[in-house]
Design a protein around this ligand. Structure first.
Ligand code: RIB
Length: 337
Protein backbone atom coordinates (compact mmCIF):
# COMPACT_ATOMS: atom_id res chain seq x y z
CA UNK A 1 0.00 0.00 0.00
CA UNK A 2 1.55 3.35 -1.05
CA UNK A 3 2.36 5.77 1.75
CA UNK A 4 2.17 9.55 1.76
CA UNK A 5 5.95 9.56 1.23
CA UNK A 6 5.65 7.33 -1.84
CA UNK A 7 3.09 9.73 -3.32
CA UNK A 8 5.39 12.70 -2.69
CA UNK A 9 8.33 10.92 -4.34
CA UNK A 10 6.29 9.82 -7.39
CA UNK A 11 4.87 13.32 -7.83
CA UNK A 12 8.25 15.00 -7.20
CA UNK A 13 6.87 17.16 -4.39
CA UNK A 14 7.32 17.32 -0.61
CA UNK A 15 5.23 15.32 1.92
CA UNK A 16 3.92 18.67 3.19
CA UNK A 17 2.59 19.47 -0.30
CA UNK A 18 0.81 16.08 -0.49
CA UNK A 19 -0.58 16.75 2.97
CA UNK A 20 -1.92 20.16 1.86
CA UNK A 21 -3.60 18.51 -1.13
CA UNK A 22 -5.15 15.78 1.07
CA UNK A 23 -6.20 18.31 3.70
CA UNK A 24 -7.41 20.86 1.16
CA UNK A 25 -5.63 23.39 3.40
CA UNK A 26 -2.85 25.83 2.48
CA UNK A 27 -1.70 26.97 -1.01
CA UNK A 28 -1.03 24.45 -3.78
CA UNK A 29 -0.94 25.45 -7.46
CA UNK A 30 -3.63 23.87 -9.64
CA UNK A 31 -0.97 22.08 -11.70
CA UNK A 32 0.68 20.61 -8.61
CA UNK A 33 -2.69 19.62 -7.10
CA UNK A 34 -3.65 17.84 -10.36
CA UNK A 35 -0.26 16.10 -10.49
CA UNK A 36 -0.61 14.81 -6.90
CA UNK A 37 -4.24 13.72 -7.36
CA UNK A 38 -3.35 11.85 -10.58
CA UNK A 39 -0.63 9.92 -8.70
CA UNK A 40 -3.08 9.17 -5.84
CA UNK A 41 -5.69 7.88 -8.31
CA UNK A 42 -3.07 5.76 -10.10
CA UNK A 43 -1.78 4.02 -6.93
CA UNK A 44 -5.15 3.98 -5.05
CA UNK A 45 -3.70 5.69 -2.00
CA UNK A 46 -5.80 5.45 1.19
CA UNK A 47 -4.25 7.44 4.06
CA UNK A 48 -4.42 5.20 7.15
CA UNK A 49 -5.47 6.74 10.44
CA UNK A 50 -1.91 7.22 11.71
CA UNK A 51 -0.78 8.73 8.38
CA UNK A 52 -3.73 11.08 8.39
CA UNK A 53 -2.89 12.24 11.89
CA UNK A 54 0.88 12.51 11.05
CA UNK A 55 0.04 14.51 7.94
CA UNK A 56 -1.90 16.86 10.16
CA UNK A 57 -5.25 15.66 8.84
CA UNK A 58 -7.88 15.60 11.60
CA UNK A 59 -9.65 12.22 11.71
CA UNK A 60 -13.39 12.43 10.99
CA UNK A 61 -14.99 10.84 14.04
CA UNK A 62 -18.43 10.51 15.58
CA UNK A 63 -19.61 8.84 18.77
CA UNK A 64 -22.66 6.71 19.54
CA UNK A 65 -23.70 6.76 23.20
CA UNK A 66 -25.99 3.88 24.20
CA UNK A 67 -27.55 3.12 27.62
CA UNK A 68 -27.17 -0.70 27.63
CA UNK A 69 -24.93 -2.47 25.11
CA UNK A 70 -26.02 -5.84 26.55
CA UNK A 71 -29.45 -5.20 24.95
CA UNK A 72 -29.22 -6.56 21.37
CA UNK A 73 -31.38 -3.66 20.13
CA UNK A 74 -28.48 -1.28 20.77
CA UNK A 75 -25.76 -3.54 19.38
CA UNK A 76 -27.80 -4.03 16.18
CA UNK A 77 -28.36 -0.27 16.05
CA UNK A 78 -24.62 0.36 16.53
CA UNK A 79 -23.87 -1.92 13.58
CA UNK A 80 -26.13 0.14 11.32
CA UNK A 81 -24.67 3.44 12.55
CA UNK A 82 -21.11 2.23 11.91
CA UNK A 83 -21.89 0.89 8.41
CA UNK A 84 -23.40 4.22 7.33
CA UNK A 85 -20.70 6.37 8.98
CA UNK A 86 -17.81 4.38 7.51
CA UNK A 87 -19.27 4.82 4.02
CA UNK A 88 -18.75 8.56 4.54
CA UNK A 89 -15.24 8.16 5.94
CA UNK A 90 -16.17 8.55 9.61
CA UNK A 91 -14.80 6.43 12.45
CA UNK A 92 -17.32 5.61 15.21
CA UNK A 93 -16.58 5.56 18.96
CA UNK A 94 -19.12 3.39 20.84
CA UNK A 95 -19.81 4.46 24.45
CA UNK A 96 -21.98 2.40 26.84
CA UNK A 97 -23.31 4.28 29.90
CA UNK A 98 -25.26 1.55 31.74
CA UNK A 99 -27.91 4.24 32.23
CA UNK A 100 -25.41 6.06 34.52
CA UNK A 101 -25.35 9.88 34.13
CA UNK A 102 -21.88 10.14 35.70
CA UNK A 103 -20.48 7.65 33.23
CA UNK A 104 -22.13 9.54 30.39
CA UNK A 105 -20.61 12.86 31.51
CA UNK A 106 -17.14 11.23 31.67
CA UNK A 107 -17.57 9.93 28.12
CA UNK A 108 -18.66 13.35 26.87
CA UNK A 109 -15.63 15.07 28.46
CA UNK A 110 -13.33 12.48 26.85
CA UNK A 111 -15.01 12.91 23.45
CA UNK A 112 -14.63 16.71 23.65
CA UNK A 113 -10.89 16.24 24.35
CA UNK A 114 -10.70 13.98 21.28
CA UNK A 115 -12.31 16.78 19.24
CA UNK A 116 -15.18 14.51 18.18
CA UNK A 117 -17.13 15.91 15.23
CA UNK A 118 -20.60 14.74 16.33
CA UNK A 119 -22.47 12.57 18.85
CA UNK A 120 -25.53 10.33 18.47
CA UNK A 121 -27.33 10.03 21.82
CA UNK A 122 -29.52 6.97 22.49
CA UNK A 123 -29.63 8.00 26.15
CA UNK A 124 -32.07 10.69 27.19
CA UNK A 125 -30.19 11.95 30.24
CA UNK A 126 -28.08 14.70 28.64
CA UNK A 127 -28.43 17.84 30.77
CA UNK A 128 -28.61 21.43 29.57
CA UNK A 129 -25.04 22.24 30.77
CA UNK A 130 -23.54 19.37 28.78
CA UNK A 131 -25.55 20.40 25.73
CA UNK A 132 -24.20 23.93 25.97
CA UNK A 133 -20.64 22.64 26.31
CA UNK A 134 -21.03 20.47 23.19
CA UNK A 135 -22.62 23.33 21.21
CA UNK A 136 -19.83 25.72 22.23
CA UNK A 137 -17.33 23.25 20.78
CA UNK A 138 -19.42 23.11 17.57
CA UNK A 139 -20.04 19.38 18.11
CA UNK A 140 -23.11 18.16 16.19
CA UNK A 141 -25.82 16.31 18.17
CA UNK A 142 -28.63 13.99 17.02
CA UNK A 143 -31.00 12.17 19.38
CA UNK A 144 -31.67 8.53 18.39
CA UNK A 145 -34.57 6.42 19.69
CA UNK A 146 -34.97 8.00 23.14
CA UNK A 147 -35.49 11.73 22.48
CA UNK A 148 -33.56 13.91 24.94
CA UNK A 149 -36.06 15.66 27.18
CA UNK A 150 -36.91 19.30 26.45
CA UNK A 151 -33.96 19.85 24.12
CA UNK A 152 -33.97 21.04 20.54
CA UNK A 153 -32.29 18.33 18.44
CA UNK A 154 -32.97 16.33 15.35
CA UNK A 155 -34.67 13.15 16.59
CA UNK A 156 -34.74 9.78 14.83
CA UNK A 157 -37.23 7.31 16.31
CA UNK A 158 -39.85 4.67 15.51
CA UNK A 159 -43.61 5.22 15.65
CA UNK A 160 -43.92 3.56 19.03
CA UNK A 161 -47.54 4.64 19.64
CA UNK A 162 -48.85 3.06 16.44
CA UNK A 163 -46.65 0.02 17.00
CA UNK A 164 -48.35 -0.64 20.34
CA UNK A 165 -51.76 -0.31 18.66
CA UNK A 166 -50.67 -2.87 16.04
CA UNK A 167 -49.71 -5.28 18.84
CA UNK A 168 -52.98 -4.98 20.78
CA UNK A 169 -55.15 -5.18 17.66
CA UNK A 170 -53.27 -8.31 16.58
CA UNK A 171 -53.91 -9.96 19.97
CA UNK A 172 -57.60 -9.02 19.75
CA UNK A 173 -57.82 -10.36 16.19
CA UNK A 174 -56.49 -13.79 17.19
CA UNK A 175 -59.22 -13.99 19.84
CA UNK A 176 -57.58 -12.82 23.10
CA UNK A 177 -60.24 -11.89 25.66
CA UNK A 178 -58.06 -10.24 28.34
CA UNK A 179 -54.77 -8.60 27.42
CA UNK A 180 -52.07 -7.27 29.76
CA UNK A 181 -49.18 -4.90 29.05
CA UNK A 182 -45.73 -5.10 30.65
CA UNK A 183 -44.31 -1.63 30.10
CA UNK A 184 -40.74 -0.31 30.05
CA UNK A 185 -39.34 2.52 32.23
CA UNK A 186 -41.54 5.56 31.74
CA UNK A 187 -38.59 7.98 31.72
CA UNK A 188 -37.96 6.73 28.19
CA UNK A 189 -40.10 8.17 25.39
CA UNK A 190 -40.52 4.86 23.51
CA UNK A 191 -41.83 3.13 26.65
CA UNK A 192 -44.27 6.00 27.35
CA UNK A 193 -45.60 6.00 23.78
CA UNK A 194 -46.05 2.21 23.78
CA UNK A 195 -48.06 2.40 27.02
CA UNK A 196 -50.22 5.19 25.57
CA UNK A 197 -50.72 3.16 22.39
CA UNK A 198 -51.78 0.12 24.41
CA UNK A 199 -54.21 2.17 26.51
CA UNK A 200 -55.71 3.87 23.45
CA UNK A 201 -57.16 0.49 22.42
CA UNK A 202 -57.37 -1.50 25.68
CA UNK A 203 -59.26 1.17 27.62
CA UNK A 204 -62.25 0.68 25.33
CA UNK A 205 -62.47 -3.06 26.02
CA UNK A 206 -64.98 -4.33 28.58
CA UNK A 207 -62.27 -6.43 30.30
CA UNK A 208 -59.93 -3.44 30.82
CA UNK A 209 -58.69 -2.55 34.30
CA UNK A 210 -55.51 -0.58 35.21
CA UNK A 211 -54.16 -3.58 37.13
CA UNK A 212 -53.56 -5.26 33.75
CA UNK A 213 -50.65 -2.86 33.26
CA UNK A 214 -47.41 -3.85 35.02
CA UNK A 215 -44.02 -2.00 35.11
CA UNK A 216 -40.70 -3.60 34.19
CA UNK A 217 -37.29 -2.57 33.03
CA UNK A 218 -36.20 -3.45 29.49
CA UNK A 219 -34.65 -6.78 30.56
CA UNK A 220 -35.33 -10.52 30.56
CA UNK A 221 -35.49 -10.61 34.37
CA UNK A 222 -37.92 -7.70 34.31
CA UNK A 223 -40.22 -9.74 32.06
CA UNK A 224 -40.00 -12.81 34.30
CA UNK A 225 -40.88 -10.85 37.46
CA UNK A 226 -43.72 -8.97 35.76
CA UNK A 227 -45.41 -12.19 34.58
CA UNK A 228 -45.66 -13.43 38.16
CA UNK A 229 -47.23 -10.12 39.28
CA UNK A 230 -49.69 -10.30 36.38
CA UNK A 231 -50.76 -13.90 37.02
CA UNK A 232 -51.19 -13.22 40.75
CA UNK A 233 -53.55 -10.36 39.84
CA UNK A 234 -55.22 -11.91 36.80
CA UNK A 235 -54.71 -15.69 36.37
CA UNK A 236 -57.19 -15.55 33.45
CA UNK A 237 -55.20 -13.31 31.06
CA UNK A 238 -54.78 -14.85 27.60
CA UNK A 239 -52.63 -12.19 25.91
CA UNK A 240 -49.56 -10.11 26.82
CA UNK A 241 -48.09 -7.14 24.94
CA UNK A 242 -44.48 -6.79 26.16
CA UNK A 243 -42.76 -3.38 25.99
CA UNK A 244 -39.71 -4.85 24.20
CA UNK A 245 -38.41 -8.23 23.04
CA UNK A 246 -36.25 -8.85 26.14
CA UNK A 247 -39.32 -8.45 28.38
CA UNK A 248 -41.20 -10.85 26.08
CA UNK A 249 -38.35 -13.41 26.20
CA UNK A 250 -38.39 -13.26 30.02
CA UNK A 251 -42.16 -13.70 30.00
CA UNK A 252 -41.89 -16.74 27.69
CA UNK A 253 -39.32 -18.29 30.03
CA UNK A 254 -41.46 -17.71 33.13
CA UNK A 255 -44.65 -19.02 31.50
CA UNK A 256 -42.78 -22.18 30.49
CA UNK A 257 -41.65 -22.67 34.11
CA UNK A 258 -45.26 -22.13 35.24
CA UNK A 259 -46.44 -24.78 32.74
CA UNK A 260 -48.42 -22.21 30.78
CA UNK A 261 -48.60 -22.94 27.04
CA UNK A 262 -47.80 -20.19 24.55
CA UNK A 263 -49.89 -19.27 22.59
CA UNK A 264 -52.63 -21.76 23.59
CA UNK A 265 -52.97 -20.41 27.16
CA UNK A 266 -51.34 -17.00 26.72
CA UNK A 267 -50.29 -15.34 23.45
CA UNK A 268 -47.33 -12.94 23.56
CA UNK A 269 -46.24 -10.05 21.34
CA UNK A 270 -42.94 -8.18 21.82
CA UNK A 271 -41.41 -4.98 20.37
CA UNK A 272 -38.09 -4.38 18.54
CA UNK A 273 -37.54 -7.54 16.40
CA UNK A 274 -34.01 -8.18 17.63
CA UNK A 275 -32.43 -11.17 15.81
CA UNK A 276 -32.90 -13.36 18.91
CA UNK A 277 -36.71 -13.09 18.66
CA UNK A 278 -36.78 -15.40 15.63
CA UNK A 279 -34.35 -17.93 17.18
CA UNK A 280 -36.46 -18.99 20.17
CA UNK A 281 -38.13 -22.42 20.47
CA UNK A 282 -41.47 -20.53 20.46
CA UNK A 283 -40.57 -17.89 17.93
CA UNK A 284 -41.70 -14.45 19.06
CA UNK A 285 -44.34 -12.35 17.35
CA UNK A 286 -43.13 -8.78 17.60
CA UNK A 287 -43.41 -5.23 16.33
CA UNK A 288 -40.37 -4.70 14.14
CA UNK A 289 -38.48 -1.45 14.51
CA UNK A 290 -36.53 -0.56 11.33
CA UNK A 291 -33.26 -0.81 13.30
CA UNK A 292 -30.96 -0.64 10.26
CA UNK A 293 -32.86 2.34 8.82
CA UNK A 294 -32.82 4.14 12.20
CA UNK A 295 -29.05 3.77 12.45
CA UNK A 296 -28.39 4.74 8.85
CA UNK A 297 -30.63 7.83 8.93
CA UNK A 298 -29.17 8.97 12.26
CA UNK A 299 -25.61 8.72 10.91
CA UNK A 300 -26.53 10.58 7.74
CA UNK A 301 -28.33 13.37 9.61
CA UNK A 302 -25.42 13.80 12.03
CA UNK A 303 -22.88 14.00 9.20
CA UNK A 304 -25.09 16.49 7.34
CA UNK A 305 -24.99 18.64 10.49
CA UNK A 306 -21.20 18.26 10.81
CA UNK A 307 -20.85 19.46 7.21
CA UNK A 308 -23.37 22.24 7.94
CA UNK A 309 -25.57 20.85 5.16
CA UNK A 310 -28.64 21.16 7.35
CA UNK A 311 -29.10 23.03 10.60
CA UNK A 312 -32.84 23.00 11.29
CA UNK A 313 -33.99 20.41 13.86
CA UNK A 314 -36.34 17.74 12.49
CA UNK A 315 -38.14 14.76 14.01
CA UNK A 316 -38.12 11.60 11.89
CA UNK A 317 -40.64 8.95 12.98
CA UNK A 318 -40.12 5.69 11.07
CA UNK A 319 -42.91 3.15 10.51
CA UNK A 320 -42.92 -0.17 12.33
CA UNK A 321 -44.67 -3.39 11.28
CA UNK A 322 -46.04 -6.58 12.83
CA UNK A 323 -44.06 -9.81 12.35
CA UNK A 324 -46.35 -12.71 13.24
CA UNK A 325 -44.64 -15.84 14.59
CA UNK A 326 -45.48 -18.86 16.77
CA UNK A 327 -46.11 -16.94 20.03
CA UNK A 328 -49.46 -15.65 18.69
CA UNK A 329 -50.43 -18.23 16.07
CA UNK A 330 -53.48 -19.11 18.11
CA UNK A 331 -55.97 -18.79 15.29
CA UNK A 332 -54.68 -21.94 13.52
CA UNK A 333 -54.99 -23.96 16.76
CA UNK A 334 -58.56 -22.60 17.24
CA UNK A 335 -59.55 -23.70 13.72
CA UNK A 336 -58.07 -27.20 14.24
CA UNK A 337 -59.96 -27.88 17.57
O1 RIB B 1 -35.03 -2.85 23.84
C1 RIB B 1 -34.56 -1.62 24.23
C2 RIB B 1 -35.63 -0.62 24.04
O2 RIB B 1 -35.14 0.59 24.44
C3 RIB B 1 -36.02 -0.58 22.59
O3 RIB B 1 -37.39 -0.89 22.46
C4 RIB B 1 -35.69 0.79 22.16
O4 RIB B 1 -36.81 1.49 21.66
C5 RIB B 1 -35.06 1.46 23.36
O5 RIB B 1 -35.74 2.62 23.72
Amino acid sequence: MATIRDIAKMAGVSVATVSRVLNKKGYVSLDTEKLVLDVIDKVGFQPNSAARVLAGMKLSTIALIVPDISNPFFSELARAVEDAAQKQGYTVFLCNTDNDDTKEKAYIEALIKKQIDGVLFCTNTLDFKMVQELKQKDIAIVSLDRAIKKQEFTVIQSNNFEGAQLAVNHLLQIGCKKIAHIYGPQEYGPARDRLLGFESIAKHQEWYTPSLIVPSDFTIDGGRQAVNVLLDRHPDIDGIFAGNDLIAIGALKELHLLNKKVPEDIAICGFDNIQLSSMLETELTTIAQPIADLGKLASEQLIHQIKKQNIECKTFELDVHLIERASTQKAQIKILN
